[in-house]
Design a protein around this ligand. Structure first.
Ligand SMILES: [Zn+2]
Length: 342
């Protein structure tokens, strides 16, 4: 199984990671990347792993991905160029119940959160409860297996992120990163964003728009701490589901996020007021650069007008940008400062 891997040319690219033999993982010595005790392999010296479940930018010929666990004197990794998808006739997005059922099954029963991603999320201020539902993007081979397994239980037509290829269901290739579940006012799944480890754009929607049987994500608005909406006087609005999750977790309060400042939608404020008349104030907490980016400023003014028209008191929150670019960074800074003060 690993002979082809040794002949793949990666030997020249990563010589120091081929000194030590590969060993299959066991339940006692599980994969360093996905934490599972089967299918993956690890270098005997612990310098690298070939994970069959979590993608990296270094594919191996056995369908797994090389994860360097120790960075010694590594040359720049080779990057993969994504193939542009061919346009296909549009499919209607599946209804919410079907999307919820598929994503819940995907996140709960099939995907894992890698140790590295868990550490990244902890560094942002989330603990084990805070990272609930997060999962690393699977390898291509594992993603294909998962799509096949899901298709046996669910109708995947119109579920964003899945598409048909040669009569078989596939999961879109999202690059390397982790899924951030996007939840509606009821706290249930509406979509997923992918936070990529590197490259631009940093955030992608889990979408199969333009592919056979696929559908667009619909760019839903994310409600972090949704269960608190009924009993709160004020909410915070920001951009980005991950930022909202971190801010909500650190504040112990609901935080609502669109993917961007301009994507809350025209009837966002009116709908929010109708569903939660208890909410009086909306704190707007966008990244500190809104003051310098004219496009962001214009979108912010439109959102303010919409909120005021719906009967909210709208307040722009500002903070010293040297202490954190986003509201999540700023809150984490405050938390650390508090801890230091004892
Ligand atoms: Zn693994």
């Amino acid at each position: 199984m690993f002979e082809s891997y040794h002949q793949s040319g990666l030997n020249q690219a990563f010589p120091q990671h081929f000194r030590s033999p590969l060993r299959r993982v066991t339940r006692r010595q599980p994969c360093e990347v996905c934490g599972k005790g089967d299918w993956c392999s690890i270098r005997a010296d612990g310098s690298a792993a070939i994970c069959m479940r979590v993608i990296s930018d270094r594919p191996t010929h056995n369908g797994g991905y090389l994860h360097i666990l120790r960075y010694d004197d590594l040359p720049a990794p080779q990057r993969l160029k994504p193939k542009p998808p061919k346009p296909k006739p549009a499919t209607e997005r599946a209804d919410d119940e079907r999307v919820i059922a598929v994503y819940a099954d995907l996140l709960r029963a099939h995907l894992v959160l890698s140790k590295q991603h868990r550490q990244q999320l902890h560094a942002r201020g989330l603990d084990a409860i805070g990272v609930n539902g997060y999962a690393s993007v699977p390898t291509v081979i594992y993603g294909t297996n998962v799509a096949r397994a899901l298709a046996r239980e669910h109708d995947l037509r119109g579920v964003p992120g899945f598409y048909l290829s040669g009569g078989n269901w596939r999961m879109v290739d999202c690059g390397i990163g982790f899924f951030v579940p996007v939840r509606g006012v009821d706290g249930r799944l509406r979509g997923m964003q992918v936070r990529r480890d590197e490259g631009e754009p940093r955030y992608l929607w889990f979408s199969s728009a333009g592919r056979e049987g696929g559908a667009s994500s619909g760019a839903p608005v994310h409600y972090a701490g949704a269960y608190l909406l009924k009993s709160t006087d004020d909410v915070t609005l920001t951009e980005g589901a991950l930022k909202a999750d971190v801010a909500s977790f650190l504040l112990g309060a609901p935080v609502i996020a669109a993917a961007g400042v301009s994507t809350f939608g025209d009837d966002f404020a009116a709908n929010l007021k109708q569903q939660f008349p208890n909410i009086k104030t909306c704190h707007i907490a966008f990244d500190a650069d809104f003051r310098t980016k004219s496009q962001v400023k214009a979108a912010l003014e439109r959102l303010m007008r919409q909120l005021v028209a719906a009967g909210f008191h709208a307040q722009v929150r500002t903070w010293n940008s040297a202490l954190g670019k986003g509201i999540d960074d700023y809150l984490l800074h405050l938390l650390h400062a508090e801890r230091r003060a004892g």
